[in-house]
Design a protein around this ligand. Structure first.
Ligand code: SF4
Length: 184
């Protein structure tokens, strides 16, 4: 797996202050993507033990809420195994930290993947310029869903993440909501 950057004290890619790993490789090629430089899985630098230690050093800090995997697409075939292994290790080593992941795949395409055992939040779907909305909190277009992974798997229906942990979504009304296609 290759990566482009590790950003620290990041407030823009998930709840709280986070460390963000920006991986290389994305097959979705959304028009007006902000990071087309990340599309090539051969781009960037190899991710190795030094980079992992850099991430763990951040997660050791009390004020860091967790890690966000972004890119590129962390679930690109070239990244999926390595990101899953890293997420698993972080879940075991830092059970109190949260793990968020951006992907251009739909929840229904990836919800059976092992990595969902380790995620708290999955921000999914391609960026659609026709549905671009600048006021959205964590995503760029209204089709993209910020999915609370644990609650969704428990409920067997898509539960949108909420800042206060409440589950007061009207599942029938919102365009973001609907039955979970995973059969959990
Ligand atoms: S999924 Fe994300 S990184 Fe990939 S092309 Fe779309 S906006 Fe860009």
């Amino acid at each position: 797996m290759n990566y482009h950057n590790i950003t620290k004290d990041d407030m823009l890619n998930g709840d709280g202050l986070r460390v963000v790993l920006w991986v290389a490789g994305c097959l979705h090629h959304c028009p007006e993507c902000q990071n087309p430089v990340t599309w090539n899985p051969e781009g960037g630098l190899p991710f190795g033990e030094a980079e992992k230690a850099e991430i763990f050093k951040e997660l050791d800090k009390d004020y860091i809420s967790g890690i966000t995997f972004s890119g590129g697409d962390p679930l690109h075939p070239a990244n999926r195994a390595a990101v899953t292994a890293l997420a698993k290790e972080i879940r075991e080593k830092y059970p109190e930290k949260t793990i968020w992941l951006y992907t251009g795949y739909l929840w229904e395409e990836v919800c059976q993947e092992e990595i969902m055992d380790y995620l708290d939040v999955c921000l999914e779907g391609k960026f659609e310029v026709a549905n671009k909305l600048l006021t959205l909190h964590w995503v760029g277009s209204t089709n993209q869903r910020v999915i609370d992974v644990k609650k969704t798997r428990q409920a067997g229906r898509i539960v949108i993440w909420s800042e206060d942990g409440s589950d007061d979504t009207d599942y029938a009304a919102g365009s973001q909501n609907g039955p979970c296609g995973c059969g959990f």
